[in-house]
Design a binder for this molecule. Structure first.
Ligand code: ZN
Ligand code: ZN
Length: 145
């Protein structure tokens, strides 16, 4: 899976997205990029706050900015909870695996052409966002049954 994101990699990624690499943005991006699974907003907040004095609103604002600039994916999970994970590149809307037993999410590799959008032909649909979720039981949970 993805390695921990360095400050340098975070700065590079921000620059590529046309964003100024402020200290706070770098810290938020490193917190999200440091895990191979999508993190919840409170988890990100804890990780960033462990190293820097930054308020909640600022962190949430940066998360929204990074989603807007296609640096991060945002998973809206219905129960008002949101999780964030890193995009390998700007169009990396990869699928996720959700363990229904421990409620953990895993990022899967981006798969080109996983969808058949034939049904949308003639509807002039403009697809803005792809959200594919596979549900089941993760290996850790399976081994404990
Ligand atoms: Zn599990
Ligand atoms: Zn992901």
């Amino acid at each position: 899976m993805k390695a921990r994101m360095t400050a340098k990699a975070a700065e590079h990624r921000l620059a590529a997205a046309g964003l100024e690499a402020t200290e706070h943005r770098v810290r938020v991006l490193m917190a999200v990029g440091g895990t191979p699974y999508p993190s919840s907003a409170p988890e990100i907040l804890d990780a960033v706050r462990a190293k820097s004095d930054i308020n909640r609103v600022t962190v949430y604002r940066i998360l929204d900015l990074l989603v807007e600039h296609e640096v991060l994916n945002r998973l809206d999970l219905g129960d008002k909870s949101r999780r964030f994970c890193l995009r390998e590149d700007h169009d990396d809307e990869h699928p996720h695996f959700h363990c229904t037993r421990c409620d953990r999410y895993l990022c899967l590799r981006h798969a080109q052409g996983i969808l058949n959008t034939e049904g949308l032909e003639g509807l002039e649909a403009d697809i803005r966002h792809v959200d594919i979720r596979l549900e089941g039981v993760c290996p850790a949970c399976r081994s404990t049954t």
